[in-house]
Design a protein around this ligand. Structure first.
Ligand SMILES: Nc1nc2c(ncn2[C@@H]2O[C@H](COP(=O)(O)OP(=O)(O)O)[C@@H](O)[C@H]2O)c(=O)[nH]1
Ligand SMILES: [Mg+2]
Length: 321
C-alpha cells in the first residue's frame, strides 16, 4: 500500500515537471541517411530528401522532451561547421551508412574527431547503423569492429548505444522501431544526467559566444587597420599639385580612350577635395591598364582582349557544343 502511494507520488511529480529542452546534433557522412531519419521521426516521408545544404533545424516533442535536432550537412567540405553546434548539444546521433563499405574508414576517422572534441567527449552518443535493408550492409558487430567503437567510446567516456536500422522502412508511427528505441535510449540517458549536462551546455555555449564576439571584434579591428593604411598609402597622388594631377590624368585619358576607370578619373580631377578622393580610386583602378603605357613604347597588348563595350561577361562565355 505504502509503495503504491510512493509510486503515485512519483508519477504525479514527474507529470508536474516542466518539459525538458534537449538539443541533439545529428552528424555522419553525406548520404548516410540523417535527413531521412529525422523526417521519419517527424512523420514525413523519408524518401523525398534532397542533400542538406548547411543544416536544418527540426523541433519535435518526444514524451516529456522538447527536442531540437540539428541535422547537419555531411559533405567533406562542410564538416567544419559541425563544431559550432557541439556546445549547445546534450547528445549526439551519429548516422552510419552500413552499406557504404568503401567509406567505412572515413566514417571511423570522422566519428573519432567528433567524439574526441572537448565539447562532445563525455556526452551520450547514439550510433544508427542505417541502411540495413541494403544488400551487403555491414551488420552491427562489423560496424563496431570497423569503427573501433568500444575503444573510441571508452577513450572519450561517452555512453554509447548502437542500433541497426533502416530510415526508409516507415515514418511517423511506423518509423523503424530501432530508431525510436535508440532515440528513447538517448533521451533517457540525457535525462539521468540532465542538470550536469545542461550546466555544461550553458557554460560551453557562453564561452563559445564570448569567443565569437572576440573574433568579431578582432576582425573589425583588422578591417579598420587596413582602411587606415589605405588612406595613408596613395602618397604620390597627394603630393602632386592639382595642375600636375590634371595633366597626368589627361595623359591617361589620351592613351586609353573608352576605359571606364580613366573616364571617371579625368572627370573627378576637375574639382578640389573631391579630386583627391577620386584620385585614390584611379590609383587602384587604372593599375592594370595604365602601367604598361608608361613605358611609352606604344599601346600595350592585353593577353585576353576585353569584351566589347556593353557586352557582359556572361554573354562572352559559351559552352562548346
Ligand atoms: N535503402 C535505403 N536508402 C536510404 C536509407 N536512408 C536513407 N536512404 C537514402 O539515402 C540517400 C541519402 O539520404 P539522406 O537522408 O539525404 O542522407 P544525409 O546526407 O545523411 O542527410 C537518399 O536517397 C535516401 O532516400 C535507408 O535506410 N535505406
Ligand atoms: Mg541531409
Amino acid at each position: 500500500m505504502f509503495s503504491l502511494m510512493a509510486n503515485c507520488c512519483n508519477c504525479l511529480k514527474r507529470w508536474r515537471e516542466p518539459a525538458r529542452k534537449v538539443t541533439l546534433v545529428m552528424v555522419g557522412l553525406d548520404n548516410a541517411g540523417k535527413t531521412a531519419t529525422v523526417r521519419g521521426i517527424q512523420g514525413e516521408n523519408p524518401r523525398d530528401v534532397a542533400p542538406t545544404v548547411g543544416f536544418s533545424k527540426v523541433d519535435l516533442k518526444q514524451g516529456k522532451f522538447e527536442v531540437t535536432i540539428f541535422d547537419l550537412g555531411g559533405g567533406k567540405r562542410i564538416r567544419g561547421i559541425w563544431k559550432n553546434y557541439y556546445s549547445e548539444s546534450h547528445g549526439v546521433v551519429f548516422v552510419v551508412d552500413s552499406s557504404d563499405v568503401q567509406r567505412i574508414q572515413e566514417t571511423r576517422e570522422t566519428m573519432a574527431e567528433v567524439l574526441q572534441h572537448p565539447r562532445i567527449a563525455g556526452k551520450p552518443v547514439l550510433v544508427l547503423a542505417n541502411k540495413q535493408d541494403q544488400e551487403g550492409a555491414l551488420a552491427e558487430a562489423d560496424i563496431i569492429e570497423n569503427l573501433s567503437l568500444e575503444k573510441l567510446v571508452n577513450e572519450n567516456k561517452c555512453l554509447c548505444q548502437i542500433e541497426p536500422c533502416s530510415a526508409v522502412l516507415g515514418y511517423g508511427k511506423k518509423v523503424d522501431k530501432s530508431i525510436r528505441k535508440g532515440l528513447n535510449w538517448l533521451l533517457s540517458n540525457i535525462a539521468k544526467d540532465y542538470e550536469a549536462i545542461t550546466e555544461r551546455v550553458q557554460k560551453d555555449t557562453a564561452e563559445q559566444h564570448a569567443q565569437e564576439e572576440q573574433d568579431k571584434k578582432e576582425r573589425a579591428e583588422r578591417v579598420r587597420q587596413i582602411r587606415e593604411e589605405r588612406k595613408k598609402s596613395p602618397v604620390t597622388c597627394k603630393s602632386l599639385s592639382s595642375s600636375e594631377q590634371t595633366r597626368k590624368m589627361a595623359t591617361v585619358k589620351h592613351l586609353t580612350p573608352g576605359s571606364r576607370a580613366q573616364n571617371v578619373s579625368v572627370h573627378s580631377a576637375t574639382t578640389g577635395d573631391q579630386s583627391k578622393k577620386k584620385t585614390r580610386k584611379l590609383h587602384l583602378k587604372r593599375k592594370h591598364r595604365v602601367d604598361p603605357l608608361r613605358t611609352e613604347d606604344g599601346p600595350a597588348e592585353s593577353p585576353t582582349p576585353p569584351p566589347p563595350p556593353g557586352q557582359s561577361f556572361r554573354s562572352c562565355c559559351h559552352s562548346s557544343p
